[in-house]
Design a protein around this ligand. Structure first.
Ligand code: SF4
Length: 324
């Protein structure tokens, strides 16, 4: 297997709010290798985006804090980098595509100005060189007549085109690692497929690694080699796409798979997961999924299940898989 690029070990992220303390990410560990596409899946509020933003050190402190854990990127401890080192890492080594380009891009600057800024700061290009590079980048992500769109503002683009602009900005400084945080969620279904195709083709073309965050298992089935499933701040299952889809071991993953339409089964109806996600300000003891789990046992209400290897390279955090 290729060398590890990013390794999270026991990452824990907490927020101190007026109403109390909220643990958004609790003891999350996984590794992404060079050229690997890693899908992080779960419902809203499961901790996926906070995990991604922690890697980029974009968690405001306070109210956020990382009391425990480690994030290693290309052999360096990200949590130990100073502001200047972090600025050098962002954009040049790791870039991020956000869910909503209208909030991530600046509405008062032209597209050219925003992308050029990153190019001039990070790569030292002149104004003219940066402008030419922006034309290339817009063409690369499929913006028609890119030279004519240089001085357009974000609101002059459609949703899909804005997401292309975001991708152009993310790719501008030739990063080796891309984090895409629900990049297709706000788009029409037909545009979603096009953007997904574009992201995967860019990843392949430039040999980048990818973390793709989504609540949609159908999307990771298309785009990812490895899948991590998060529920209520915990990583509950981790394995290859094949293992997760063919041999899911955590009842939450099974529930997610049963609740998406599939062409390869005869099932007439979808089976939703009963109940709702727990209140993260006051989560249940033990396994946080136990109030919704049809297999819950007494131990599930008391003890948080540890991650255990259930098959080579496939891990699940569930008491059904016995105690060590
Ligand atoms: Fe269900 Fe218990 Fe497994 Fe949690 S640990 S998923 S409650 S069986």
């Amino acid at each position: 297997m290729a060398e590890p690029v990013l390794a999270l070990d026991d990452l824990t992220v907490r927020f101190r709010l007026r109403r109390g303390e909220l643990t958004a990410v609790d003891g999350v560990s996984f590794t992404v290798h060079r050229g690997e596409t890693f899908g992080l899946v779960g419902e809203s509020g499961s901790g996926k985006s906070v995990t991604a933003r922690s890697i980029m050190r974009l968690i405001p402190e306070p109210p956020g804090e990382i009391p425990r854990g480690r994030i290693d990127f290309e052999g360096r401890d990200v949590l130990g980098l100073n502001d200047a080192e972090m600025r050098a890492l962002r954009g040049r080594r790791i870039a991020m595509v956000f869910q909503e380009p209208m909030s991530a891009l600046n509405p008062v600057f032209t597209v050219s100005a925003q992308i050029s800024d990153a190019l001039r700061t990070n790569l030292g290009l002149s104004k003219q060189e940066a402008r030419e590079r922006v034309v290339e980048l817009l063409a690369l992500v499929g913006i028609p007549s890119p030279r004519k769109r240089l001085d357009s503002y974000v609101h002059e683009f459609s949703g899909g085109m804005r997401q292309r602009v975001m991708l152009a900005m993310a790719l501008s400084c030739n990063p080796t690692f891309l984090i895409a945080d629900e990049p297709t969620t706000a788009l029409d279904v037909t545009i979603q497929a096009t953007i997904l195709e574009l992201i995967t083709s860019m990843i392949e073309r430039f040999g980048m690694s990818l973390i793709f965050i989504t609540h949609n298992l159908g999307v990771v089935a298309h785009a990812c080699d490895t899948i991590g499933v998060m529920y209520a701040s915990h990583l509950v299952e981790l394995g290859s796409k094949r293992e997760i889809f063919r041999n899911p071991q955590h009842p939450y993953t099974v529930g997610l798979l049963n609740s998406i339409p599939r062409l390869d089964t005869q099932a007439k109806y979808l089976t939703p997961i009963t109940g709702t996600v727990c209140n993260m300000m006051d989560p249940p003891q033990g396994c946080k999924f136990h109030p919704r789990c049809a297999h819950a046992m007494e131990i599930c209400k008391r003890e948080i299940p540890p991650m255990r290897e259930v098959a080579p390279g496939h891990h699940a955090a569930c008491h059904l898989h016995g105690r060590q």
